[in-house]
Design a protein around this ligand. Sequence first.
Ligand SMILES: [Zn+2]
Ligand SMILES: [Zn+2]
Length: 272
Amino acid sequence: MVLLTRKVEFSAAHSYRVPSWDEDKNREVFGLCSNPNGHGHDYLLEVTVKGHLNEKSGIVVNITDVDRVVKGIVLEELDGRFLNREHPFFIEHIPTTENIVAYIWNELKDRFEDCKLHKIILHENPFLLSQKGEGSMIQLTRKYHFSAAHRLHSDQLSDEENKEIFGKCNNPNGHGHNYILEVTVEGEVDPVTGMIINLAELDEIVDQTIIQKFDHKHLNLDTEEFNGLNPTAEVMSIVFWDLLQSRLPNLHKVGLWETAKNYFEYCGPTKE
Ligand SMILES: [Zn+2]
Ligand SMILES: [Zn+2]
């Protein structure tokens, strides 16, 4: 099987409101997104299909055929619209990132010839995306930024070995990074709110559990979590998973960009 991904962009407006709730309740649950006049995003959709290679043509499926199907939904139905007001599905279902993914998945899943829908990822902005894959539930990923110093050094290795393995990163006084943390939750979309998890709640949990503890800190010197632990990005991913998991039962994955070139992820001890 070969996978093939096509990207398409669209712009749409939306507003998060439950009509039967009063203004205060809508404001409380949806925050700024409850503005009845709406706000908008430039969405980026990635559609991945999979199929067998056609030996004669050397392709799995003609990309223009994939494009026609995807654009038939995305550009003709969603692009340039106020979703809650103009689209029959989103008049009934709040156009959250999760619900837009659910809608696009259902519309695309039986439409392709010669290939099968494998995964879709919808980026609402650079810090929020939702996705669905074959056989998996809908996921929501939020990205957070923090800066910290660390020194890569293992107590179980000699000074010479540490220097040899970690090189510059073993500098006794440490060095630092702009970390990007990705937190992915997975689950059923709430039929009323259209959300897997309330974003404000997720932000608060991550802020309390990770950002306040580690932002602008020296991980080895200032934090008890890394006291005696070598704060490699691998170890950090596992520590962050453990911290978040107790407050986010539907946590699916912790991703950590140490630099723009180094990315690590951990899905917990049972999902290896
Ligand atoms: Zn929005
Ligand atoms: Zn480093």
